[in-house]
Design a protein around this ligand. Sequence first.
Ligand code: ADP
Ligand code: ADP
Length: 244
Amino acid sequence: TPVLNVRDLTVTYGNAASRFFKGKPPVAAVDRVSFDILPGETLGLVGESGSGKSTTGKAVLGLIPFKGNVLIDGRNIAGLSQREMRPVRRSAQMIFQDPYASLDPRMAVGKAIGEPMVIHGIGNHSERQDRVAELLRRVGLTPDAATRYPHEFSGGQRQRICIARALALEPKLIVADESVAALDVSVRARVLDLLLELQETMGLAYLFISHDMAVVERMSHNVAVMRAGRIIETGTRREIFENP
Ligand code: ADP
Ligand code: ADP
């Protein structure tokens, strides 16, 4: 079974309150989009700015309202409340473009990484502490990182911290939305290497959203191209990148 099965996903942002949209019919930011991601595989989602990539990424994790069907690990999240979605969320996590914005500057790194486990009631304090140390090791940071704060780290290290936190609940799928776009080229390459290594060792699947064709070519097994809210082309990496 696919780890992510998306059928006729449609997202229309509410325009009623917007002066800009007054009198205009609402336009679907994502329009009947369908795709599957198998365990351990990466679907690269490309397209120009505003084509609906980010909206798709948020909708498949149930972070914004949508129409259509989204099955995460076989379970349909369509129509579930945030509370009902909680167990499903364990299988799917998100990492964003700006790792500084998604980390609380006042929260020690160990606590930030351990927080999802606390929320889901996993382990006792010392078990979580061991697991935080293990997660830090996995992403290439030393255990002393746990007692330090986000501002003490570089951009690449902060993205590693976000990856460690995303791994805390042992997800099967990670939605990566422009996750390396803010990083310098050499740092970017090493974070991409880490994501590939984690895929290999943990069997992770990625929905890898990026406007950067070179990055998508490097990361993806399959590719979907979006334009104006629709998928206009899909294929294997070879089909998309090697055809004239
Ligand atoms: P991409 O990730 O490909 O740049 P987005 O998913 O961010 O595209 O945006 C798709 C469309 O939805 C764009 O037209 C954008 O302006 C619109 N949009 C995105 N977020 C919102 C929002 N919160 N409210 C209204 N419209 C939005
Ligand atoms: P609790 O005491 O209920 O575990 P805390 O909010 O103190 O809750 O911490 C949450 C989790 O974050 C801890 O269980 C632990 O796994 C992790 N954590 C917090 N601080 C550290 C630290 N300094 N080193 C390693 N892990 C930490």
